[in-house]
Design a protein around this ligand. Structure first.
Ligand code: ZN
Length: 409
């Protein structure tokens, strides 16, 4: 078989496109495949598809998948056609999208690598600048998202993920049943819920068909959901509700430690022994927690710790047990725990709804750790758009077949 026939078949080229020659330069680690169209061919006008005569051509070059360890390029003269109806038009080539210096297969490779590897590393691997790689990601994420179908979404979860150091957040909306990211945008206020609802509508979904939403206890989320997802019942996310109690425990410990004395000394260095689940305790942590919790020592932190353990049992048992817990915490003479109990009572409906709706935060926590892992691989992102594109790429289950042109194969 001739090399030109081999490449013709491997590239899947059909007439009028044909491989004219291949130039292999091992010393340069370079393979150039030159493609041309048969003389006298009529090519389809991009507007109407009618075969038209060629007006003129310009030579273009595209980076293709490596040929073994050698960089490969396709080179072709790209024609403009003279259409009787539409005038002079540039024709589309089947191996690349307009304006890109990469072939579609090469862009597909970038999209396959990007969820697993920092864009900077991909750029180094393929010897291209990382802004070019980001541009490819941006294009295909936007294309695939424009076609994303969000019909039938009924159950959503909202959460925020830290975008950069400090108080800089991106809010993420997830389709709980399909386990996919629907929408992400900067900020974490009511406006992000409005934007998510508008985006849902743009993708064929219906905000009034959303009947169940999980989120944290932020008043902005609650107000946004009440307003923009009017038929949704809110379930306050278990993780964040539990956090109310662990934060109260930590506050109590810090306060008591600050007072010093033998009690303060006993608490020193035992922050994690108290915050961690007993199931995950190391032997020394288990001993420390047990000692601090001993009623005879009359430690405030000991009482707070016993309240935390009781809370975990009550939150599993049901609303009655949770109500008894709140009464206990309110009378505990531990201001931080009494505050947590008040907060739970103030969010009562959304908290006990968990016993019936059973929306777990596990899906959000799973996504969050994937996004944060990507962020630390990248050592942070230069801007929000990069982070958001990566969130979609990792979590949105996007279908790239249309924008990569693989739907025809
Ligand atoms: Zn035309």
């Amino acid at each position: 078989m001739k090399d030109t026939d081999l490449f013709q078949m491997a590239l899947g080229l059909v007439p009028p496109w044909l491989v004219q020659e291949s130039i292999f330069q091992p010393s340069e680690k370079l393979l150039e495949i030159r493609i041309d169209f048969a003389r006298g061919s009529r090519l389809p006008c991009p507007e109407c598809g009618v075969g038209c005569p060629v007006h003129d051509t310009t030579e273009k070059r595209w980076r293709h998948l490596d040929f073994f360890q050698h960089q490969a390029y396709l080179v072709a003269r790209v024609p403009r056609v003279q259409c009787g109806q539409h005038g002079v038009k540039q024709v589309a080539v089947p191996w690349a999208r307009p304006g890109s210096g990469f072939t579609l297969l090469f862009e597909g490779l970038i999209l396959a690598m990007a969820p697993h590897m920092a864009v900077k590393r991909i750029a180094a691997l393929i010897h291209e600048h990382d802004t070019l790689v980001w541009r490819v990601i941006r294009h295909h994420v936007r294309e695939a998202r424009s076609r994303a179908d969000h019909r039938g979404v009924t159950t959503m979860a909202f959460d925020e993920t830290a975008a950069r150091r400090g108080h800089d957040y991106v809010t993420i909306a997830v389709d709980v049943l399909q386990r996919r990211v629907l929408f992400a945008c900067p900020g974490r206020d009511g406006a992000t819920i409005a934007a998510a609802a508008a985006d849902l509508r743009r993708h064929g979904g219906d905000p009034s068909a959303v009947t169940s939403v999980a989120c944290d206890l932020s008043p902005a989320f609650t107000a946004g959901i009440t307003r923009h997802l009017p038929n949704a019942e809110i379930t306050y996310d278990r993780f964040h509700v539990t956090q109310l109690v662990t934060v109260a425990l930590e506050e109590t410990r810090r306060e008591e430690q600050r007072r010093g004395g033998w009690k303060g000394g006993l608490l020193k260095g035992n922050r994690w022994a108290l915050l961690r689940n007993p199931d995950n305790h190391s032997p020394s942590q288990a001993k420390a927690a047990e000692l601090i919790a001993m009623p005879d020592l009359h430690l405030k932190t000991g009482r707070a710790y016993r309240l935390k353990l009781a809370f975990q049992t009550a939150y599993a048992d049901g609303p009655g047990a949770l109500q008894r817990w709140c009464r206990w915490a309110a009378r505990s003479r531990l201001p931080a725990m009494a505050k947590a109990a008040r907060s739970i009572r103030n969010h009562w409906d959304g908290i006990v709804r968990w016993f019936t709706s059973n929306i777990t935060s596990a899906i959000m926590e799973g996504f969050n750790s994937l996004f944060q892992a990507a962020k630390s691989r990248a050592r942070g992102y230069r801007n929000h758009q990069y982070f958001i594109d990566m969130i979609y790429l990792i979590g949105a289950k996007l279908d790239f077949s249309a924008s990569l042109g693989t739907h025809t194969k």
